[in-house]
Design a protein around this ligand. Structure first.
Ligand code: GDP
Length: 447
């Protein structure tokens, strides 16, 4: 048996209200995490349009995935109805990868392409295959070396090329396109989000995409995507939540780790509070530990410990009620964990409630592409997503991914700075990034 808060076994529940394909379409005994969907209190249902688009997508994926090997023989311009692909290239940390993977998948849905995934970074070891009777992994003919050759200087890089004579520009054309939308991209790469570029790409059968960004907000600026997006996602705030719940199911290896940890430390509780610490600093910052404590106490996220000396200590035996709050803390460092645990061991809480704090790992530093490291990162993102309340760190896609899977609005700690704590330690966020912020960026394109 599995002691995660499981959904019942009705088809409605096992498919997350129709989001996932019928379970009988998948091989039995594969992907326990999909077969034992945890109950998410804040699950948002998909629209009918999205459900039918996904079913259509799955059929198309089965038709086209097996033909992907032909890439090296034919890269001819596609005719209408031919298979067309978007290939996601693994880049950056795991939170970034989950964001970019859902961005690439949405691009596939909007452009009638199928998504293939660069398997050289063991994404296949972390996630289950999402499409029944087909694989989403790029065939092994696309070697690490071949994919690495797609970089800033590759001739297939898709960008708007300035033309000095008439002040206008042209789009780079090639048999396949390499789209690079990373933090080093410039406005010429970002021309990807212009109508003209999307018209052009329609006849390009293969689009390779490398990004560490969450692209859906920018898709709304492409005229031919916007009506479609409005129909597929009437509530744009839940877009990442819904796509994440469709795509990201822990592999059996990851699921074993998740359930082992959950059963050992998290199952015996009334409430689970997730805290994700990411400071982007190598050494511990005492004022950030203080900031976390202020955020918790100012907003009543955990019970307060009685201040000063306890007037009448309640000395009792070792037995006592086990219920209370469990805190799941994640971070690369154990400093913030020790600090918060010390606080809760320093005296009784005002309500008498027990607070138990656990941190699964403290890996020290980011070690992306080492499987045992990535496995813990994924397991922790997933475990955080089972929280009832979430506190995450600003600037971090690790926490953002957990928040989106959960469908809850977290408290976000302002990014840690070198020397002092901000006046406001944290704020309550919206559910997902929407258009704000992206607008300014797009307006700066001047294309
Ligand atoms: P971001 O850099 O915070 O936006 O998040 P990413 O997930 O993209 O990259 C950070 C990477 O550092 C993760 O993927 C992990 O490899 C590692 N990391 C950061 N925070 C944690 C943590 O709390 N737990 C674990 N296990 N790894 C972490």
């Amino acid at each position: 048996g599995n002691v995660l808060p499981e959904r019942t076994s009705s088809i409605e529940d096992r498919t997350l209200a129709g989001l996932l394909p019928d379970p009988s379409e998948f091989e039995p005994d594969v992907c326990a995490s999909r077969n034992h969907q945890p109950h998410r209190k804040n699950y948002f249902q998909p629209s009918k349009e999205l459900i039918s688009r996904l079913r259509r997508y799955e059929v198309r994926h089965r038709e086209c995935a097996s033909q992907a090997r032909n890439f090296f023989r034919t890269q001819k311009r596609g005719k209408k109805g031919d298979c067309r692909y978007v290939v996601w290239i693994g880049y950056s940390g795991l939170g970034n990868r989950l964001m970019s993977l859902s961005s690439a998948f949405l691009y596939a849905l909007l452009t009638d392409r199928i998504l293939l995934v660069d398997g050289t970074k063991h994404i296949g070891d972390l996630l289950c295959e999402p499409i029944p009777k087909a694989s989403w992994l790029l065939p092994p003919e696309f070697t690490v070396e071949w994919l690495q050759a797609l970089n800033e200087s590759s001739p297939q890089r898709f960008r708007h090329l300035p033309n000095s004579t008439d002040g206008g520009g042209k789009l780079q054309t090639a048999d396949f396109s390499y789209v690079q939308l990373t933090h080093t991209s410039d406005h010429r790469d970002e021309s990807f989000f212009c109508d003209e570029s999307q018209d052009h790409l329609e006849s390009v059968p293969w689009v390779f995409m490398k990004t560490n960004n969450y692209l859906p907000p920018a898709y709304y600026f492409v005229s031919k995507f916007s009506a479609d997006l409005a129909a597929l996602f009437p509530d744009r705030e839940v877009l990442f939540h819904v796509l994440g719940n469709y795509l990201f199911h822990p592999s059996d290896m990851a699921w074993e780790w998740i359930t082992r940890f959950y059963r050992s430390y998290l199952s015996d509780r009334d409430r689970l509070v997730g805290i994700q610490i990411r400071t982007f600093h190598d050494s511990p910052l005492p004022h950030f530990a203080e900031q976390l404590q202020q955020c918790i106490l100012n907003n009543d996220l955990l019970p307060k410990v009685v201040a000063g000396s306890v007037p009448k200590p309640q000395i009792s035996g070792l037995r006592g009620p086990k219920n209370g709050t469990t805190v799941l803390m994640t971070g690369l460092d154990s400093y913030y964990f020790d600090n918060l645990r010390d606080y809760f061991l320093s005296g009784p809480t005002e309500s008498g409630e027990i607070v138990a704090i656990h941190q699964p790992s403290h890996e020290g530093y980011q070690q992306t592409d080492i499987i045992s490291h990535d496995l813990k990162a994924w397991a922790e993102i997933y475990l955080l997503s089972l929280s009832d309340t979430l506190i995450t760190s600003g600037w971090s896609t690790f926490g953002y991914s957990a928040q989106s899977l959960a469908g809850i609005r977290p408290w976000i700690l302002f990014r840690a700075t070198d020397d002092k704590m901000p006046d406001t330690p944290c704020v309550r966020a919206t559910l997902a990034k929407t258009l704000l912020g992206v607008r300014n960026w797009l307006m700066s394109l001047h294309l």
